[in-house]
Design a protein around this ligand. Structure first.
Ligand SMILES: CCCCCCCC/C=C\CCCCCCCC(=O)SCCNC(=O)CCNC(=O)[C@H](O)C(C)(C)COP(=O)(O)OP(=O)(O)OC[C@H]1O[C@@H](n2cnc3c(N)ncnc32)[C@H](O)[C@@H]1OP(=O)(O)O
Ligand SMILES: Cc1cc2nc3c(=O)[nH]c(=O)nc-3n(C[C@H](O)[C@H](O)[C@H](O)COP(=O)(O)OP(=O)(O)OC[C@H]3O[C@@H](n4cnc5c(N)ncnc54)[C@H](O)[C@@H]3O)c2cc1C
Length: 609
């Protein structure tokens, strides 16, 4: 499809999905499933996951009563317009202004510079009638920082932009189809007025007289919509990783290369230890991210209930967990999808493998909802704060509870003696805790050598990111172990999950061996025992690998991959797919007479000379 056709077709699908949701009707969870099967980014994502939650989280009761019924029936369509041409990560650096005019009781929205243009919001370019806009609030000449506003963008009769608003699509993005179904947009305001009651005022307010009443709760609650989406992105990482792994595993069982003895059948590539060493950790990650996603959903629900009761104690941890896990799981999944493409050899590069499009549509997850490095630095700040409070009497809780055992974890030596010891959950956990704590404490020690803490933080950014990643990996490993301790129906299932859990943990040790050795969390002998155990786990997973991806229950239609077909009938279908290509409509291609023939004739002429 051309971009226009793709965009229009996504509108068609979205509206059809919305019709089904109402007619059947579908529950919220079922609607999310429908979104997955629709399988294309579109305006519904931003409307439901960001616009509506932003009003719910930041609007007053009156604002919710006014706007939510309209949004819930989709009589208005909204998006989330925060990022600008000049600033995305640095939310405090946004430049759009919302100046209160006491004379008219309105805010004047204005884009003072080119870099202040909104740039990127999905659904903004062509579809949305409304947006939650983030702008600097100015009253009486004073800048109160960034706040949210509900703004109508387009005329409800003919969809034209309202006077004072310039709006459009930012252009083609990475990949052929992929994210191009979405109208990520730009927007400029030229002294555009909105009534005062369209500032989202649950947190801070502006009175009729123009007095600014700051929030008596943490201002970071304004970032709540991002926290909520980051949480959903983690479960989503599992879904995308599982999809790529399903394709690569099934195909690795079909594909044969080398190893024929006396003219017999060749080896299935899944039997090569190198293939297993690349593939099975990704299979394990798909399961691991699913479990940590379930746990994160629980954490998010818990913090939401606490916030409603004005308990803000766990907000920093919820922010650190959602930011860190969003970052870690999306980076691993993007890399994992690309690895799966390579695991499928040359055919993985074909569009019909399903992997190129999956990669193209998935990879912006490393950037949207917070650049992955910027988010890990938030985790690092949280860790540095926690380390600095050790010994102050305030015991670290939740995911940093292990830091409360700092004395032990800083000096303990791993008691792994034989390869099977690596199947002991307590030993594995302690290894990850020791590594994470020692990396965090080492950063904190290095930071303390700087007179200026912020300067020290800047200098140590790279180490801080590594320490944050170590902490996040510990969370994933520990939640997998907790999952295994709970009820899992079927002994066989539990055993398989145990294997995957240890593959997940041991492959991380292998991958980040430098961290584990340099922090003395393990010795080189223990590292080689871990490798030994890993190989043995691969052998145990091998006979069940296909069943473990079948368990994701993805239909062929959803996978969209010739290589990942359930029936394994890859080669005939690759031919069928190739023959569908428009280039194969004719035997002699268009352009032959114009370019190829004259070239060949010229060659023949010169040959004769
Ligand atoms: C094929 C289909 C596949 C299917 C898929 C279907 C489902 C798909 C899933 C989902 C669909 C959604 C589609 C995507 C849509 C994308 C949308 C967007 O991208 S919207 C824009 C996002 N923009 C960012 O994320 C900016 C990142 N920047 C920031 O968040 C902040 O600027 C940050 C955190 C980097 C800095 O925050 P500061 O500017 O306030 O500065 P500081 O001084 O660092 O923070 C002050 C204090 O506030 C805390 N803090 C910061 N953020 C917090 C938060 N969110 N919650 C709680 N505390 C927070 C900090 O920890 C710090 O705490 P202390 O003072 O140290 O104790
Ligand atoms: C597909 C897609 C959809 C999007 N949808 C929306 C939407 O609906 N609404 C919306 O408002 N926005 C949206 N965005 C914007 C998105 O949220 C931002 O692009 C994102 O937050 C990253 O910000 P940035 O582009 O400013 O990156 P930058 O911050 O400019 O990042 C560039 C580089 O600088 C590095 N960097 C930046 N700051 C630091 C630092 N402090 N320390 C170390 N390194 C740093 C980063 O790691 C990165 O390598 C979307 C983006 C994409 C790609």
């Amino acid at each position: 499809m051309t971009r226009k056709e793709l965009f229009k077709n996504t509108l068609r699908k979205s509206v059809h999905a919305w019709k089904l949701i109402n007619e059947l009707p579908l529950s919220d969870d079922e609607s999310l499933m429908l979104r997955h099967f629709m399988d294309q980014p579109g305006f519904l994502d931003l409307h439901w996951r960001m616009f509506v939650p932003a009003i719910k989280g930041q609007g007053t009761e009156e604002q919710k009563q006014k706007w939510l019924p309209l949004a819930n029936k989709m009589q208005i369509i909204g998006c989330y317009a925060q990022t600008e041409l000049g600033h995305g990560s640095n939310v405090q650096g946004l430049e759009t202004t919302a100046t209160f005019d006491p004379q008219t009781d309105q805010f004047i929205l204005h884009s003072p510079t080119q870099t202040s243009s909104k740039w990127w919001p999905g659904g903004l370019g062509k579809v949305s009638t409304h947006a939650v806009i983030y702008a600097r609030l100015i009253t009486d000449g004073k800048d109160h920082g960034v706040h949210g506003f509900i703004v109508q963008l387009r005329n409800m009769d003919d969809h034209s932009p309202l006077p004072g608003i310039t709006i459009g699509d930012i252009g083609v993005k990475f990949g052929n189809g992929a994210y191009n179904s979405m109208d990520n947009g730009f927007l400029m305001f030229d002294k555009f007025c909105i009534p005062r009651d369209q500032m989202l005022m649950r947190l801070s307010k502006v009175t009729r007289e123009g007095k600014y009443v700051p929030s008596d709760v943490p201002r970071q609650l304004m970032y709540g919509t991002m926290v909520s989406v980051r949480q959903t992105i983690v479960s989503n990482a599992s879904i995308a990783m599982a999809r790529a792994v399903c394709i690569a595993t099934r195909y690795s069982a079909v594909r044969r290369q080398f190893g024929s003895q006396n003219g017999g059948i060749e080896t299935q590539v899944i039997d090569y230890k190198t293939q297993q060493n690349r593939l099975f950790p990704l299979l394990a990650s798909a399961y691991a991210f699913r479990f940590v996603g379930e746990w994160l959903k629980w954490l998010y629900t818990d913090v939401t209930q606490r916030l409603e009761a004005s308990d803000f104690a766990t907000l920093p941890e919820a922010h650190a967990c959602t930011a860190g896990l969003k970052s870690m799981t999306t980076s691993a999944t993007s890399d994992g999808i690309e690895e799966c493409r390579k695991l499928c050899g040359g055919h993985g590069y074909l569009w019909c493998s399903g992997l190129p499009e999956l990669f193209a549509v998935y990879v912006p997850a490393c950037t949207y909802e917070g650049d992955n490095v910027v988010l890990q630095l938030q985790v690092a700040r949280f860790l540095m704060k926690t380390v600095s409070q050790l010994g102050s009497g305030k015991a670290p809780a939740g995911t940093t509870a292990y830091m409360g055992r700092a004395k032990h974890l800083l000096q303990c030596r791993s008691s792994i003696r034989k390869a099977e010891d690596w199947l002991n959950p307590a030993m594995v956990l302690e290894t990850f805790e020791a590594r994470a704590l020692r990396m965090a404490v080492s950063c904190a020690n290095n930071l303390s050598k700087f007179e200026n803490q912020e300067q020290g933080f800047s200098e140590l950014l790279a180490d801080l990111v590594e320490a944050a990643i170590a902490h996040c990996q510990l969370i994933v490993v520990s939640k997998f172990i907790v999952k295994l301790e709970g009820e899992i129906k079927g002994k066989g299932v539990k055993n398989q999950l145990k294997n995957l859990c240890y593959i997940y943990a041991l492959h991380l040790i292998h991958k980040h061996l430098g961290d584990f050795l340099s922090t003395n969390s393990i010795t080189s002998e223990q590292a080689s025992l871990a490798n030994h155990q890993l190989r043995s786990l691969y052998t145990q997973v091998r006979p069940n690998a296909v069943a473990l991806v079948d368990a994701f229950d993805y239909t062929d239609h959803y996978l969209g991959s010739v290589l990942g077909r359930y029936d394994g009938n890859v080669y005939p279908k690759l031919f069928e797919e190739a023959l569908k290509d428009p280039l194969n409509d004719t035997v002699v291609p268009d352009g032959y007479h114009e370019y190829i023939r004259p070239l060949i004739k010229q060659h023949l002429r010169s040959a004769r000379l």
